[in-house]
Design a protein around this ligand. Structure first.
Ligand SMILES: O=C(O)c1cc(=O)[nH]c(=O)n1[C@@H]1O[C@H](COP(=O)(O)O)[C@@H](O)[C@H]1O
Length: 238
């Protein structure tokens, strides 16, 4: 897979106009893969997302579903109609919830194409102290991520969201096609901000990440296209 196909730009913007301004840096033949999270989705709604799919973007919808199995399956039913490529659900929702999401995604597949489900494990803004003392999960972050990985894999998810620090072990504890998708990406010199488990783009790929999610390192850069291309070049060199 070419380096640019492995990067999802997190379009964390409050309006369609700002998201479209970012996308206008690319021409029609070199569209980047995009991630749409709460901020943009709640502001622009599903139609904007369906329009980007119709234009040919690879779209990762990051709505982190987490509820009883029936409710999550119903959410997947509605979202499947958008034709998006990936959707996040919380692995901590449990086996029945993940399995219900998978079953609905299969039922709603169109022309052999199914929405792929990524289980969120431990957020990249979580460190061990926070996980142990605030969330109340004992052990190391890696142990918890691998526990959720095995749960998500067995229940029918297509991959997990983890930090690059766990990507190699995630791959070793699941199937060869099971995806490790890693946010918390920080090129050298970029501020970590609220992220705790970070890695540079080339290190993340070396550690086994299939896809990188990159937000502010691109969207807050003075020249976002240049920042994106520097990440592509770093991956190609690394
Ligand atoms: O599900 C996600 O995409 C996600 C999971 C996670 O554990 N950590 C995480 O940062 N994200 C998302 O990845 C993006 C990271 O943004 P930056 O920190 O700006 O690169 C944001 O859109 C987050 O919502």
């Amino acid at each position: 897979m070419s380096a640019d196909k492995r990067i999802f730009i997190a379009l964390d913007y409050p309006t369609a106009r700002e998201a479209e301004q970012l996308l206008a840096h690319w021409d029609q033949t070199s569209k980047p893969a995009i991630k749409v999270g709460y901020q943009l989705f709640y502001a622009v709604g599903p139609r904007w997302v369906a329009e980007r799919k119709a234009e040919g973007y690879t779209v990762f919808l990051d709505l982190k579903l987490h509820d009883i199995p029936n409710t999550v399956a119903n959410g997947v039913e509605s979202l499947s109609g958008l034709g998006v490529d990936f959707l996040t659900i919380h692995a901590s929702g449990g086996r029945a919830m993940i399995a219900a999401a998978r079953e609905m995604a299969e039922r709603k597949s169109q022309a052999g194409k199914r929405l792929r489900l990524l289980g969120v494990t431990q957020l990249t803004s979580t460190d061990q102290t926070m996980m142990n003392e605030e969330i109340g999960i004992p052990g190391t972050v890696k142990e918890s991520v691998l526990h959720y990985t095995q749960l998500a894999y067995a229940a029918g998810a297509d991959g997990v969201i983890c930090s690059a620090h766990e990507a190699r072990d995630v791959k070793a504890h699941s199937g060869s096609d099971f995806l490790a998708v890693t946010p918390g990406i920080r090129p050298k010199g970029v501020d970590a901000g609220d992220q705790k488990r970070i890695m540079t783009p080339s290190e993340a790929i070396r550690h086994g990440a299939d896809y990188l999610v990159v937000g502010r390192a691109i969207t807050a850069a003075a020249n976002p296209k240049q920042a994106y291309e520097a990440i592509v070049a770093e991956i190609n060199q690394g």
